[in-house]
Write a protein that binds this ligand. Structure first.
Ligand SMILES: Cc1cc2nc3c(=O)[nH]c(=O)nc-3n(C[C@H](O)[C@H](O)[C@H](O)COP(=O)(O)O)c2cc1C
Length: 369
């Protein structure tokens, strides 16, 4: 349903999101600084932490607790847990509820060996009984006002996708109290190869609609539906978001990599769904540089200078993709070569003062100024 915000049912009441657009969890990217940076542009209905280890949270591991860190401006926030033990996940979910989660999400889509070998992530799609036990245990452990959601793929492999494993699992989980399912339109075996399959997402939407009623923007009682099915995969622009929604009938769209270079894609996608022009919503070149610096400063504030330096050097390539049509090698080289925070600022300001770089990508420019 284009332009209709999502509601997530909880046993007591429902959480109403401002839009139907979600910022995807992307391990290594979607930290607090990035979430706040993306939210600033508007259009984000819900953002999610990277996948969190419940054991890590429960034993107070610094790495896990850092990943789960949130603030008042980072709302509404989904905290995503992975694992395979219903009791540990239930305890982890309670930890999340006590530490600011608006929503708790269970990861059933991660294809990484480290996670699947321990029967978590997308391996849960091969063991629906365990997935159901997890959802039932976590639902029972969570406070009544907190919705529980799940994220999955089309299935482990091609035969699973063909028999609509995701649709079947989504229905089982909805019956156990899941308030929303997000489906990445690839199988686990595909990982990130090939393109996202709209017809696979469509079949999930249809099956959930048949069993729990078609989604019309209003959540039904927990365990009875209707529930929203959110589509995910390869959405890079407002146009992509609208075409995914039209092709699949999904209730909303989750965007991950498409936000790396265009964190304002959510406000564009929200405007496009309501028939508004999106061209005017692209920030100016100067504002794009401000975004780089604001993000960098937030990483310093929320984590440390060392963390911010490491991450900004990694991410400037992605952030630069929308700057001067991606012709900004001097900016990228300047930031990557910076040794201290003031040098990062100096590199950005040098680029700002130097104006436009006309050389084609691949020709090295010295930092200007
Ligand atoms: C590097 C990387 C890390 C990811 N980490 C997570 C994660 O922690 N939890 C999760 O559910 N999905 C994770 N994903 C999957 C994304 O959330 C999303 O489903 C996928 O990237 C497809 O969406 P996109 O094309 O909009 O990026 C990750 C993807 C990538 C590329």
């Amino acid at each position: 349903m284009l332009g209709v915000p999502i509601q997530l049912a909880a046993p007591s009441g429902a959480v109403s999101l401002e839009t139907n657009l979600l910022l995807a969890p992307i391990a290594g990217w979607c930290d607090l600084a990035w979430r706040v940076t993306v939210r600033e542009f508007g259009g984000v209905g819900l953002a999610c932490t990277d996948l969190l280890s419940p054991q890590g949270l429960l034993c107070g591991s610094e790495a896990s607790v850092d990943l789960a860190r949130t603030t008042a401006e980072d709302r509404p926030i989904g905290m995503q847990l992975y694992g395979s033990d219903p009791r540990v996940l239930a305890d982890g979910a309670r930890w999340c509820a006590d530490h600011g989660a608006t929503v708790v999400d269970i990861n059933m889509g991660c294809p990484v060996d480290k996670v699947c070998k321990k029967d978590g992530g997308s391996k849960l799609m091969c063991d629906p009984g365990r997935a159901v036990a997890i959802v039932s245990g976590v639902r029972a452990a969570l406070p009544a006002q907190i919705p529980l959601t799940a994220k999955m793929r089309l299935g482990w492999d091609e035969p699973a996708a063909l028999r609509n494993a995701a649709g079947e699992l989504a229905c089982m989980l909805a019956g156990e109290g899941v308030a929303m399912v997000t489906v990445h339109g690839r199988t686990t075996e595909q990982r990130f190869k090939g393109s996202c399959r709209h017809e696979g997402i469509r079949r999930v939407v249809e099956l959930v609609g048949e069993r729990f009623g078609a989604w019309r923007g209003v959540a039904g009682p927990v365990g009875e539906g209707p529930i929203p099915v959110v589509g995910n995969g390869d959405v890079r622009s407002a146009e992509d978001a609208v075409s995914m929604m039209r092709a699949t009938g999904c209730a909303g769209v989750m965007i991950g990599r498409g936000a790396f270079g265009r964190p304002w894609v959510f406000r564009e996608a929200w405007a496009a769904q309501r028939g508004k022009r999106v061209e005017a919503l692209e920030p100016s070149e100067g504002e794009k540089l401000d975004i780089v610096l604001a993000y960098f400063e937030r990483m310093r504030e929320f984590r440390s200078d060392g963390y911010a330096m490491h991450k900004i050097r990694q991410k400037i390539s992605w952030l630069g993709k929308s700057i001067n049509g991606s012709h900004c090698r001097a900016l990228r080289d300047g930031v990557r070569g910076a040794g201290t925070p003031p040098e990062v600022h100096a590199a950005v300001e040098a680029w700002r003062a130097g104006g436009v770089e006309h050389e084609p990508v691949g020709v090295r420019n010295e930092p200007v100024g």
